[in-house]
Every structure is written in C-alpha cells, then in structure tokens.
Design a protein around this ligand. Structure first.
Ligand SMILES: [Fe+2]
Length: 177
C-alpha cells in the first residue's frame, strides 16, 4: 500500500469509526518515516508541527524533533489524543495540577519507543511534557479527536500556566477537509 493510501485510510477511519478501530488500524498500518516525507520539516530552533489532515472533529499532525528538543509542560484542553512514534523515542512526564494551589505534581515519567502509542489524558487538570531522547532526530504523529486551537503551557519565566493559541509551523491548505 502506498503512503497516500495509508494516510487516507486512517483519516477515513478516524471520521467514521470508534477509537478502538482506528487505533488498531494505526498499529496495522505500521507507519514509518517514508510515509510522511512531504510533511517532514526540522528546525534547529524548536520542534515543528506540520498538519497532515484536519476535519471538524479530528486533527492529524506530524511533529519533527531535533536531538534534545522538548515540548514544555502543556495541556490538551480536554481533547482526547494519541501519539504514535514514527521514528526515534521520547520521554513523557505527566503532571497533575492541584486545583486549589495550582501546583503541578509529577505523576509519572515514561519512555515511548518507536512504533509505540501513547494516550494523552482528557482530564483538564492533567499536563505533560515531551522530550526527544533519541541520539538524533525523532518524529511523532499526533492524532487528536478534537482539533486543539488553544492550550495551557507552563511559562518558565512567569512560573505559571499561560493560555496560548496553537498554530502549525507548516500546512498545506489541501489538508483541511
Ligand atoms: Fe501534548
């Protein structure tokens, strides 16, 4: 099956199937770097977000990470999501916010290897950070069941969570379904 057909199969299933079905399809499609060549964009400044497809009720994004690059602690605004590691490996640290004190407590940290899938929480009090731990570049595919327009991000200087609008670093208008 060619790359375009594989990506389209996943998109069709996400729009019409239950989570169980598109997750097993995601595993079955066995995506690799070669499937996303037109969406791969690296930057020395920060990890990049390239939109692969976006519909009213889902979003598929490819993230490209240079060695050591990291996403600061952030939330997903309650959207359900899965991360599939296309290449390399990552460390995820998960935090819970105390609703009263607003302090973040680390819940766990986990290593996510190539072709593994990590589920991101729908709990608005849960946050995570992700870092590329590979001795080289890594690539991850992020599937969100609701497009995420804005999210809370931990601002190191302010020492608190700040709401930010999210944008793509790269997008092709044809991806908007
Ligand atoms: Fe995230």
């Amino acid at each position: 099956m060619d790359s375009r057909t594989k990506i389209n199969k996943l998109i069709d299933c996400v729009s019409t199937c239950e989570a169980e079905e598109y997750l097993s399809l995601l595993k079955e499609l066995n995506f690799s770097t070669a499937d996303f060549l037109e969406y791969i964009n690296f930057s020395q400044e920060k990890y990049t977000r390239s939109c692969v497809a976006k519909g009213d009720d889902f979003e598929l994004i490819l993230l490209c990470w240079e060695k050591g690059q990291k996403a600061p602690i952030h939330g997903h605004d309650g959207s359900e999501g899965w991360i599939y590691v296309v290449q390399g490996n990552f460390e995820e640290k998960r935090y819970i916010e105390n609703p009263k004190t607003k302090r973040l407590n680390q819940k766990f940290k986990v290593r996510i290897g190539e072709k593994e899938i990590c589920y991101t929480s729908t709990n608005k009090n849960e946050f995570h950070s992700i870092q590329n731990l590979n001795d080289g570049r890594s690539i991850s595919l992020h599937l969100y069941k609701c497009p995420i327009e804005k999210c809370k991000v931990f601002d190191e200087k302010a020492g608190e969570m700040i709401e930010r609008n999210l944008k793509y670093d790269f997008k092709n208008e044809a991806v908007f379904l």
